[in-house]
Design a protein around this ligand. Structure first.
Ligand SMILES: Nc1ncnc2c1ncn2[C@@H]1O[C@H](COP(=O)(O)OP(=O)(O)OP(=O)(O)O)[C@@H](O)[C@H]1O
Length: 818
């Protein structure tokens, strides 16, 4: 029993031990599972935390990015808006009060918007708050009265300050304060309407709107109503007001109203003000922080100056206002049309040239602005018509250098590309004017020529004097006047004396249908047309019907005198000149031409046979040298005559150097005049082969030589009686043997003595400072040539070539080659 129990106990113990073991194993497994679960949970939690922080930083990055983009966009938009705003409200329409000044409206541009304050934007600079008025809207304001009156004052100042003086007419109805509210605008001719005046004012405005008149400017009508007035408004008045609201803006009548209702209409801009913040119907939900009121002293100064300007009339157009939008865009096929200024209403006035307006005549006393008018017109033409369309020939017979601005100078190499030729300082060089007329007449029928305008300032100089130049110039001018227009050539002639120089030629005069009369001009308009005596300075009368009364247009001329301002325009045109454009031919009567370097021994022109001595520059369009052929024929010698030593030396030096440039030659320099020694010595130094003789060893022999020989004589009359036979023999027999004398005699009488009165051996002569009558013995027609000597001008006569002597300009030789 005992053992059975013991066995049972043992079995139970065994089972218990096993159960305990199993339980322990289960517990251990459970604990390990729990540990694992806990581990997993930690991992998940960590991952979650990481994920959260990553999400947060991604969200922060995205937020930053969006923020930055928002700011960038906002800045860009604000920049655009600011640009747009300053374009829409430029100058006086938009400048803040502390910098405010009146500004000229840009010609041809409609009025813009007006600033009343600023629009705040998050973190960007505030934008101007703009409202419409002129040509766009009526204004209706509501809010505290004193603030509204400030806004109205500011808007009026901006509208008046950004338009031409006199273009905005102001009417103020202010029954409560009897005009006091806007009294500051009184100097501008503002009309104030008091109590009881509203009805008649509205009737008058409606009346005006019904008349279909051309308008010039705007009328702003400010209605500052009080409660009593509004209540008293009749139905008829209300209806009139509604009419003005509906039709006023299109006809330049604008209402600016406070204290009174305005009918609903798209043209009414409603401005509601609270705490200096305005809501405007055109700005939707954007609010405008109002500017302070404009400083009273600024308004007063503006009104004073504007009133002065009104009294004087508006300023004329500026030269730049005449420029077209695009240079050289016009065709000259049917004629030319270029503005020269504006009429008193501001409209530009153009000068026509073409079949129906063939030529222009300008007249006016000295200092009346003729040159300024020509500058203006040429500037206006040259910016419109390119060099393929227009060619200009400019001749100035006044004492000025007007046309020098159009040609290359030492400081500015540019030229006006349309200018083919400019003659300046021509007062004494009528020969050049004549040469140009000859050239134009020869070219008249040339095909493919651009339209040509010839301007001759102070043209009567060319026709004055009863001489051959006047006769020929008159007949050439007549031909150009008559036949020019159909060939595309037009003249603009100007004269202090008006038509006097053409009075004997009614047919010519009749072709000058366009007349321009400067202030106080006489003999340019018809005798019963007194306009020129009435216009002020810097104005002109343009008359397209030969001066008939009734066809006048009064034009205000811009100031075209500023050479620097013109220079900038000219350089712009010059840079656009077609490739290969040639510089214009310039003749300057005050300049002395230099002997061209090809006519010096070092330059060597291509050898010609027979050689020709170059004596000076011809006064012609192509600046050719005057040449004397020295062939082996009797009389091929040259006498330089007169007492002007420097010029005589230059003529001889140019002749000798140019002969040396044409091939082998031998020179004998005979210097008998001490005043010429320096010049003669310089010549010897430059010649390749030369003998020197002076008073101590003078000889006139010509030994045989294979090359031409030239005896260059200075003061040959000083040789004296002893040498005369040899000199005469040389002059007579030399040329056939290729020995030529080029000599200077100080007077015709001395030459006559040396030649014993027989001038045959002198086939050519150059006279310097010798009166025409003294030259009679050498002149083919009796009495000598018509000639008044003048400095640096010589008469050149070559018997086989000339019918009458020709004026030449001795080259400057000596001062520039040592
Ligand atoms: N529209 C203008 N605005 C401002 N100044 C002007 C105007 N027109 C001319 N002037 C000035 O008046 C002066 C005289 O003008 P201009 O030289 O053109 O007269 P002119 O009639 O050609 O004189 P003259 O016959 O003596 O040559 C010049 O100083 C010129 O600058």
């Amino acid at each position: 029993m005992g053992s059975h129990r013991n066995a049972l106990v043992a079995a139970i113990r065994q089972e218990l031990a096993e159960a305990r073991g199993t339980a322990r194993a289960v517990l251990a497994a459970a604990e390990s599972a729990r540990g694992e679960a806990q581990n997993r949970r930690r991992l998940v939690r960590d991952a979650y935390a990481t994920c959260l922080s990553q999400l947060a930083s991604a969200r922060e990055d995205a937020r930053q990015d969006i923020r930055q983009r928002f700011h960038g966009e906002a800045d860009r938009l604000a920049g655009h808006l600011r640009g747009l705003a300053s374009a829409s409200a430029s100058g006086a329409a938009g400048t803040p009060w502390r910098l405010w000044a009146p500004s000229d409206p840009e010609p041809g541009r409609a009025p813009g918007l007006l600033r009343i304050g600023t629009i705040d934007f998050d973190e960007t600079e505030a934008l101007p708050g703009l409202i419409p008025l002129l040509d766009r809207a009526h204004l209706h304001l509501s809010g505290p009265q004193s603030t509204l009156d400030e806004v109205i004052t500011g808007v009026l100042l901006r509208a008046l300050g950004s338009t031409r003086a006199g273009h905005v007419e102001l009417t103020v109805y202010d029954p409560e304060r009897l005009g006091e509210t806007l009294a500051v605008f009184a100097p501008l001719g503002t009309r104030f309407v008091g109590p009881g005046g509203l009805g008649p004012l509205l009737d008058e405005l409606v009346d005006r709107l019904c008349r279909d008149e051309d308008r010039d400017g705007w009328q702003i009508v400010v209605l500052l109503a009080d409660r009593a007035g509004v209540e008293e408004m009749s139905r008829a008045q209300r209806a009139q007001l509604d009419r003005i609201v509906r039709t006023g803006v299109g006809r330049g009548v604008h209402l600016v109203v406070r204290g009174m209702e305005l009918a609903e209409h798209p043209s009414v801009e409603r401005i509601t003000v609270r705490d200096r913040i305005a809501s405007c119907s055109s700005l939707d939900r954007l609010e405008v922080r109002l500017d302070p009121a404009p400083p009273p002293q600024r308004i007063a100064a503006f009104c004073r100056e504007a009133a002065d300007r009104l009294r004087q009339g508006p300023p004329p157009a500026r030269l730049a206002d005449l420029e077209p939008d695009r240079h050289w865009a016009e065709s000259a096929r049917d004629g030319l049309l270029a503005p020269i200024g504006d009429s008193t209403d501001g409209a530009l006035v153009a000068l026509p040239l073409g079949d129906r307006a063939p030529h222009i005549l300008v007249g006016g006393p000295s200092d009346s602005g003729k040159t300024n008018l020509i500058y203006t017109w040429l500037g206006s033409l040259a910016t419109r018509y390119g060099p393929a369309e227009l060619a200009l020939y400019l001749l100035d017979f006044t004492e000025g250098e007007s046309f020098a601005r159009y040609v290359p100078g030492p400081r500015d190499p540019s030229w006006l590309p349309q200018v083919r030729l400019a003659g300046i300082n021509l007062r004494d060089d009528r020969e050049f004017g004549l040469a140009v007329l000859r050239h134009l007449s020869e070219e008249l029928d040339a095909p493919g020529r651009p339209r040509t305008v010839v301007v001759i300032d102070e043209f009567p100089t060319l026709l004055d004097g009863r001489d051959a130049i006047a006769d020929e110039a008159e007949s050439l001018l007549t031909e150009l006047v008559r036949r020019g227009p159909e060939q595309g050539l037009h003249l603009m002639l100007s004269a202090q004396d008006g038509i006097r120089a053409l009075t004997g030629r009614p047919a010519v005069l009749a072709r000058f249908t366009v007349r321009i009369a400067m202030p106080k001009a006489r003999r340019i308009l018809a005798t019963d047309n007194l306009a020129a005596s009435l216009i002020p300075r810097f104005h002109t009368v343009v008359n397209g019907e030969s001066g008939l009364a009734g066809a006048n247009r009064i034009v205000r001329l811009p100031d075209a005198g500023d050479r620097t301002a013109w220079g900038a325009t000219q350089r712009r045109l010059w840079r656009c000149r077609p490739a290969g454009s040639e510089e214009p031919r310039v003749f300057d009567g005050a300049a002395v031409p230099r002997l061209p370097s090809i006519y010096r021994p070092s330059g060597r022109v291509s050898a010609v046979a027979p050689p020709a001595a170059v004596l000076g520059e011809r006064i012609d369009v192509s600046a050719q040298p005057a040449r004397l052929l020295l062939d082996p024929a009797p009389g091929r010698n040259l006498a330089v005559l007169g007492s002007r030593a420097d010029e005589a030396c230059d003529v001889l030096a140019a002749a000798a150097l140019s002969l040396a440039a044409q091939g082998p030659a031998h020179f004998s320099i005979v210097c008998l005049e001490p005043a010429a020694e320096r010049s003669a010595a310089r010549l010897v130094a430059e010649l390749p082969a030369a003998d020197w003789y002076d008073a101590s060893d003078v000889r006139f022999e010509a030994p045989h030589s294979d090359v031409p020989r030239y005896v260059i004589g200075y003061g040959l009359d000083a040789a004296g009686a002893r040498h005369r036979p040899a000199l005469r023999a040389l002059l007579t027999d030399g040329p056939q043997r290729h020995v030529h004398v080029l000599g200077w005699w100080r007077s015709v009488a001395r030459l006559r003595d040396d030649l014993a009165g027989r001038f045959d051996p002198i086939g050519a002569w150059v006279a310097l400072g010798v009166h025409g009558s003294e030259l009679a013995p050498l002149h083919p027609q009796p009495g000598g040539p018509f000639w008044n000597p003048r400095p640096r001008r010589a008469l050149f006569f070559d018997r086989p070539v000339h019918r009458t002597p020709e004026v030449i300009i001795p080259y400057e030789v000596n001062s520039d080659h040592t």
